[in-house]
Design a binder for this molecule. Structure first.
Ligand code: HEC
Length: 112
């Protein structure tokens, strides 16, 4: 059986995916500074993202420092919230890396 160009490029793409997938997973951990930047850029219009850092907060949006200190806000809870955002929050279509970075950042605000 001779492979046609389409099959060949498909095979190359699959091979590339198989090689790159574990690398992506390893790189997907989290980055505190990335989380800080994302929070400031995307979340600060509603949330207080650091003590005193908020463009204009709405009362309804819990401040990040409070989330960091409240044990009710487990990483799992933050993760599932950000994975499938709920109105009134906009759908940011966050990547796994962005979600983990935001969680790492929020957790870093815990001063206890
Ligand atoms: C347009 C305003 C708005 C923006 C922008 C926004 N949020 Fe929210 N967020 C809210 C409101 C309002 C709530 C409270 C919703 C509720 O309790 O039903 C909330 C709740 C949350 C919660 C709490 C979920 C829970 O379990 O109670 C988390 C975590 C959160 N936001 C994270 C973020 C992050 C991270 C960003 C930036 C990527 C962001 N939000 C951007 C308005 C916003």
């Amino acid at each position: 059986m001779r492979s046609n160009p389409v099959e060949l490029s498909l095979a190359v793409a699959i091979a590339a995916l198989l090689v790159l997938a574990p690398l992506r997973a390893a790189a997907a951990a989290s980055d505190l500074e990335e989380g800080r930047a994302l929070a400031k850029e995307w979340c600060s219009s509603c949330h207080m993202v650091a003590p005193g850092v908020a463009a204009s907060t709405t009362d309804a949006a819990p401040p990040f420092p409070r989330m960091a200190e409240d044990p009710a806000y487990t990483e799992e809870r933050l993760r599932s919230w950000l994975w499938a955002p709920h109105p009134p929050m906009p759908d940011f279509d966050l990547s796994r890396f962005e979600i983990e970075s935001l969680i790492a950042y929020i957790k870093s605000l815990n001063s206890n």
